[in-house]
Ligand binder design. Structure first.
Ligand code: PMP
Ligand code: GLN
Length: 385
């Protein structure tokens, strides 16, 4: 292929390839156990697959309505009302998206303008900053410190300026496994009073929460709901990350702007999958057991790591476990993660990549959304290091 002869300024000069793509490829190249990118290595429910199959065979293969199938939006409205007590209008305030990533991008694009400031908490999921920058916004970073990774609300207050347009929350939190508490939400609610700051609440791991903790959705806090986009992912809830299906909730005024963008980003999402999920979601049992399902996996993994030199940082939610390797080596996180993959056959994610200044804390992230045999094999290797 001949080279492009012109010149252009990159819109994202500091951004390379996503760490998830990089580490999954490295794992494949070296035949390593892949605990890096977050995805289950077990199957989606056969019932759900059959539903998709049947809807396809029955001819539901053309465009769904732009905001998503009404019947799916209705089930979501019921679910959110039952779980969190928020009454979203399924017609005007719920939109089906191609995964949470598209919902996040669309929400940011619909309200962030040149020089708007967006507060994000680091380590931060990798899609937030590029989306902010592509819209001319300015990320304002607040660091969460190990081992607890709690938010210092005084610091957040100090970072608010007249340009602050948005705060991005993520609980349960990827990559750390920390979760927001009621006191966090109450403080936030209190200090946002009288401002027009918007919240973007990334709640893709809403059901993956452990040790009898409650998920503190923004949907539980009326004053936050009225200023929030809330984003969810069926990929996490139904073990189907490859289906790229999620949704966004927002009050009508914000949803109007969201839809203006959504219709030109994807227009609409996969029709047969929406039909199938609408049916599947009606049975609460298909998601209420997820917390204990993943808690067992977390516990299996950390029990199998007993005796290893890795130090366990508590994970209260998500399907990620952070391990501190400071008693093994002082290598940089990226270097150690690469060496673990190439020399020991186990791939993880260096947490430093989730900080704009590549903050080093000798911690790696391991995904435990895996069969027990995969976790056992991985732990056996880690115990020998
Ligand atoms: N937000 C967070 C915190 C995530 O971890 C992920 C994916 N793992 C997403 C958003 C994106 O979700 P989806 O795959 O549905 O786009
Ligand atoms: N969210 C997943 C993770 O944190 C990966 C998603 C992706 O590959 N973009 O591992």
């Amino acid at each position: 292929m001949p080279h492009y002869p012109g010149s252009y300024g990159s819109k994202l000069p500091d951004i390379g390839t996503s760490i998830f793509a990089v580490m999954s490829k490295l794992a494949a190249d070296h035949n390593a156990i892949n605990l890096s990118q977050g995805f289950p290595d077990f199957e989606v429910s056969e019932k759900l697959i059959n539903l998709v199959n049947n809807y396809m065979l029955k001819g539901n293969n053309q465009y769904a309505p732009m905001p998503g199938l009404p019947k799916l939006r209705e089930v979501i409205a019921d679910k959110v009302n039952n779980l969190y007590g928020a009454k979203y209008d399924s017609d005007k305030e719920i939109n089906i998206t191609a995964g949470a990533t598209q919902a996040l991008y669309t929400a940011i694009t619909s309200v962030i303008k040149e020089d708007d400031e967006v507060i994000i908490f680091e380590p931060a999921y990798d899609s937030y900053v590029p989306a902010i920058k592509l819209n001319g916004g300015i990320p304002v970073y607040v660091e969460l410190k190990p081992p607890n990774y709690r938010i210092d609300w005084k610091e957040v207050k100090g970072r608010i300026t007249p340009q602050t347009r948005m705060i991005i929350l993520n609980s349960p939190h990827n990559p750390t496994g920390s979760v927001l508490r009621a006191s966090d939400m109450e403080q936030l609610q209190q200090f946002l009073k009288g401002t027009d700051i918007i919240i973007l609440s990334d709640e893709v791991y809403e059901h993956l929460i452990f040790d009898d903790k409650q998920h503190e959705s923004i949907c539980k806090y009326p004053e936050l709901v009225s200023r929030s986009f809330a984003v969810f992912s069926f990929g996490k809830t139904f073990h189907a990350t490859g289906w790229k299906m999620g949704y966004c909730l927002a009050p009508e005024e914000l949803m109007k702007e969201f839809r203006k963008v959504h219709q030109f980003v994807v227009f609409t999402c996969n029709t047969p999958v929406q039909h199938a999920i609408a049916d599947f979601l009606k049975d609460k049992k298909n998601y209420t057991g997820l917390g204990s399902f993943y808690q067992q996996k977390r516990d299996h993994f950390i029990n199998a790591l007993k005796g290893s030199r890795f130090k366990i940082i508590p994970s209260y939610g998500t399907y990620f476990q952070l391990l501190d390797y400071s008693s093994i080596t002082d290598e940089k996180e990226m270097d150690f993660a690469v060496r673990l993959t190439k020399e020991f056959g186990i791939a993880s994610i260096p947490v430093s990549v989730f900080y704009h200044n590549m903050s080093e804390n000798t911690v790696l992230r391991f995904c435990f959304a895996k069969k027990e045999e995969t976790l056992d094999k991985a732990a056996e290797i880690l115990c020998k290091i």
